[in-house]
Design a binder for this molecule. Structure first.
Ligand code: FMN
Length: 371
């Protein structure tokens, strides 16, 4: 069996992609513990997954210290972090790969133990995520009620993203992806369930979309629209997200992103929402790429539960242009070559997804056919 649609070239902004298989952004919590900078081990991991003309979306990276919610996630707000990421971008470029960085602020999906001065996390409104999280020391604790950002603080949040975008440019990335998905800060503003604001950042769809769109514009000023992507998770459920009626909200957002001519939109398929936390296969949910393709004129990336055959079918059917692989790419550093040669995937080990060192990170085997 062959998967020819996945090996058609594609122009993504200024970049000539040679295939349609991307590395999805994957938090692995293996940055340097003190500086939260990427290190040589991270460069090796990304280099293993780089292919000529292949797109890598590097893991979510906090644009400011308040944007962090987990141990050892990399940042993009200090000189050490710029230098750390430079090792990664150099390693990917040495293999002919293209690498974007995902810009992140977790908002309320944090805990005061991660926050400067032990402050409570910030969000659109003072509504806590239900259930438990882990503190910086690893203890299980309930999510805290966040502090609603004051209207006049929001410009500072946008500036953090702009700084992160500038730092990513300095670190040698080829572009940036704004993390507007999975229940993090930008989605907390987007969705009525987490946004009860009465200022110009809350209420109507236009107002709830404002932060995401103003942030996108700020990043475009740094990078140009053709090197900026935006990730969205309509119909997602991660981190207590979930809009009662997603279509009006997301068609508005996508329409505005189309007017801004961003390089791509990137969906998390609803069936896989929350796959970072647990094995999920949500039933009776729509296909984001099929639903939104008619509303989106540009390059469309989607991720979630694909194998070689379903990825090929999605591209061949015109539902998506690029398929990003997450869990399978963790366990198959040579995933594009495995798909090319129809070699079965090595199963992944969830126990080593987050934290630790080389085990479960850089020690997955490469298949002979891919060498
Ligand atoms: C270990 C792990 C870490 C993840 N980290 C991120 C992340 O940093 N940013 C993001 O947008 N999605 C993240 N996700 C979601 C993936 O990008 C992807 O959408 C999801 O795993 C579904 O794709 P898959 O079925 O190919 O794994 C993560 C998922 C996993 C399993």
């Amino acid at each position: 069996m062959t998967f020819p649609a996945l090996f058609q070239p594609l122009q993504l902004g200024p970049y000539a992609l040679r295939h349609r298989i991307a590395l999805a952004p994957l938090t692995r919590m293996r940055a340097d513990t003190t500086s939260l900078a990427a290190r040589a081990l991270n460069a090796e991991y990304y280099s293993q997954r780089a292919t000529p003309g292949g797109l890598i979306i590097a893991e979510a990276s906090q644009v400011t210290p308040t944007g962090r919610g987990s141990p050892n996630t990399p940042g993009i707000h200090s000189n050490d972090q710029i230098a750390g990421w430079r090792q990664v971008t150099d390693a990917v470029h040495a293999k002919g790969g293209i690498v974007f960085l995902q810009l992140w602020h977790v908002g309320r999906a944090s805990h005061s133990s991660f926050q400067p001065g032990g402050a409570v996390p910030v969000s659109a409104s003072a509504i806590a995520i239900s259930g438990n999280t882990r503190t910086a020391s690893g203890a299980v604790a309930p999510y805290e009620t966040p502090r609603a950002l004051e209207t006049d603080e929001i410009a500072g949040i946008i500036e953090s993203y702009r700084d992160g975008a500038r730092n990513a440019l300095e670190a040698g990335f080829d572009g940036v992806e704004l993390h507007g998905a999975n229940g993090y800060l930008l989605e907390q503003f987007l969705q009525s369930r987490s946004n009860l604001r009465t200022d110009r950042y809350g209420g109507s769809i236009e107002n709830r979309s404002r932060l995401l769109l103003e942030t996108t514009r700020a990043i475009i000023e740094v990078w140009g629209a053709d090197r900026v992507g935006v990730r969205l998770s309509p119909y997602g459920v991660a981190n207590d997200s979930g809009e009662a009626d997603p279509m009006p909200l997301y068609t508005h957002v996508i329409g505005e992103l189309a007017a801004l001519k961003v390089a791509y939109v990137h969906f998390v398929e609803p069936r896989s929402s929350g796959a970072g936390r647990a094995e999920v296969d949500h039933k009776d949910v729509p296909s984001a790429c099929e639903l939104f393709r008619p509303h989106w004129p540009g390059v469309l990336i989607t991720a979630g539960g694909f194998d070689a055959a379903s990825a090929n079918a999605a591209v061949a059917g015109g539902h998506a242009d690029i398929i990003a692989f997450g869990r399978a790419f963790i366990a198959n550093p040579d995933l594009p070559e495995r798909v090319r040669h129809n070699v079965p995937f090595t199963p992944y080990d969830r126990a080593t997804f987050y934290g630790g060192d080389a085990a479960g990170y850089t020690d997955y085997p490469v298949h002979d056919a891919a060498r």
